[in-house]
Design a protein around this ligand. Sequence first.
Ligand code: ATP
Ligand code: MG
Length: 341
Amino acid sequence: PPRVLSGIQPTADSFHLGNYLGALRQWVSMQDTHDAFYCVVDLHAITVEHDPALLRRRTKVAVAQLLAMGLDPDRATVFVQSHVPEHAELAWVLGCLTGFGEAQRMTQFKDKSSKQGTGGTTVGLFTYPVLQAADILLYSPDPIAEGGRALRVPVGEDQRQHLELTRTLAQRFNHRFGDTFVPPDAHIPEGAAKITDLQEPDAKMSKSASSPQGIIDVLEEPGPMRKKIMRAVTDTGTEVVYDEEKKAGVTNLLRIFSALEGSSVPDLESRYAGSGYGQFKKDLAQVVLDTFTPIRERTLKLLDDEERLDRVLALGAERASGVATATMETVRERVGFVGRG
Ligand code: ATP
Ligand code: MG
């Protein structure tokens, strides 16, 4: 089967609805049709100021949530990025192929660096997309000459530019050192690729940037979850209709409803024609709860069995390392590093 790889940062106490619809739901369905590698990217999580104890905790909670969503360690390789040091090693090599101006054009850096507090921004945040390219290319080693298939990378819309850079770096490496990487394909879902903040419908829902009122956490308690959805920003109108420009808030809620329930947006528009925002939001809250309550309950159970989580990660690290070390061996040889003998 074709291979799939994706990653998520342990930068909050819970994943959120945007992560789920933009990426994680696809991770689960693709484990059955793909050779799947999914990674909790802790090296990325330290590109912004962090607390070590919190990072450790959040990494475990992240793994538990992934399993609770349905990832199965027998069908998918679930691992922690820092367990496979080749990620950082390949990032160095790719960084030496990345133009400074090219990296400067990455809009996520512009967004995130402007939000860094008194400590200021870091070189690590600047080179984040290069590390991401390494995460991906380590698992896309099939030589083009042998007809290798492109690695698929399920991500949200916000990662499109980084995926483009990854493709460019793959091609540049191949051009300089001989065919090594098949440029990967972004796999961005239609409709739910950019879930926006409930309070700021023009901004992406984000673990690190959204206010608590703007974000729907997977692990949220039912009461607060309902309240937040009821208080989501809409507009002064009353009609439940899809209009990205004039009704960004309602449009976001329609997208969420449609993606979770599987009904089309026009169906929802006619179901709620004339009923106002209240009933629509109430029903949406129920749909969200129906999806997340079982995940929350399973996550809490999994967190009680740390040994099991450790076993999953040990197995994942071993499988991921098998692929990563082989790729890195090829890379070292192509780049001209002398072998240890
Ligand atoms: P951070 O604010 O720390 O960057 P994040 O919420 O952006 O956190 P990431 O761990 O960076 O989450 O991204 C994990 C995956 O979730 C990526 O594939 C990303 O594209 C996707 N994603 C993140 N936010 C959204 C969103 N609002 N809508 C759809 N997909 C999203
Ligand atoms: Mg992000």
